[in-house]
Design a protein around this ligand. Sequence first.
Ligand SMILES: Cc1ncc(COP(=O)(O)O)c(C=O)c1O
Length: 388
Amino acid sequence: MKIHDAFSRNIKVPFFTPWITKEDKKAVMNALHSTLLTDGPKLHQFEKSFAKFTGTKYAIGVSNATSALHLSLKAIGIGKGDEVIVPDMTFVATANAVVLSGAIPVFADIEKKTMNISIDSIKKKISSKTKVILPVHFAGKSCDISKINKISKENDLNIIEDCAHAIGTQYNKKHVGNFGSAGCFSFYPTKNITTIEGGMVITNSKNIAKYVMIARNHGLTKTLAQRYSHGKPWEYNIDESGYNYRLDEIRSALGLSQLKRIKKINELRKRKFEYYNKRLKGIIHIITPTPSLNNDHSHHLYILRVENKNKKSRDELFSKLLKYGVRTSVHYKPLHMFTAFSKFKKNTNDLKNSKQLYDEIISLPLYPNMLKKHQDYVIDSIIEIMKN
Ligand SMILES: Cc1ncc(COP(=O)(O)O)c(C=O)c1O
């Protein structure tokens, strides 16, 4: 069976469909006609627009959010033996980036209500080796940044924010990613805007920006434009070996085009999120997610909880919805359960909420171009399954 068939067979409502407009396609085609296909003007325009959108000093485009996190950690000198506190409930990339930097991920529990990293758990996980707190603005909902800031100040720790879900999320009217040393964004196809693969580091630190800009391009001390504008293009230095974590012109053009309609995209997501909440609230054994307060939510994922104590489990809802032709998912399996991270497990007894929620959560289809009849179909199916 072809992969495509496996995804689409008998599916009435997919979990996600990308939203690529005529303008997006035109932007990509135009970029393809350029003589510079990477490290060129589209990247710089995209970076400038993203910096403006997030109200930050520097935005540096990279190949994905994992490389954004990796470079941000390296930029602040994180390496062997250092400990970085991450939430147990996140995509594996958050911890993989820590491992890539040579450091040790330490798993903290989450808050049940927001699914964000637990403040109490962070406090318990701090040791003499801790250097960074790496919160994830989970599903697009802002973490309690002022409390995390307080802990970081009291313990002399850095903060790197994983903003992969949080394009458009604000905390006290300031875009997330501006509260720590750096904020890291993903433009993977399911994210609020996409470059297909792509990411961005935002920072207000000149030194971090400089490191990320050089390290994303093999460590070359000069950009392509600098090398070809005057002098000899081969005369650059490598002070420190870097990576190929570049974001090319085609992807940048797509990102730029998508960023132009981020407000609309996020507004449509918000409306769909609120519609789910309105119609699903009050169904027995179902817990709906917390809505937005003052734009503190980009509504990246819609995650329901099915209380495990009754006979209708999350797994049952998942399989029955699939029979109805509705594809759902779980975000995420807790990190401490993966073999690759077993060597970093210190104490997992206290990861109670992530363990409990892993059995209860289910992510419903949510995308800006989702048709109302499809959303109604998902909701009606859930109502029917839960009452029978
Ligand atoms: C919370 C979180 N962090 C990091 C990443 C990594 O993003 P990318 O796939 O762009 O490397 C993702 C991707 O899904 C994510 O959900």
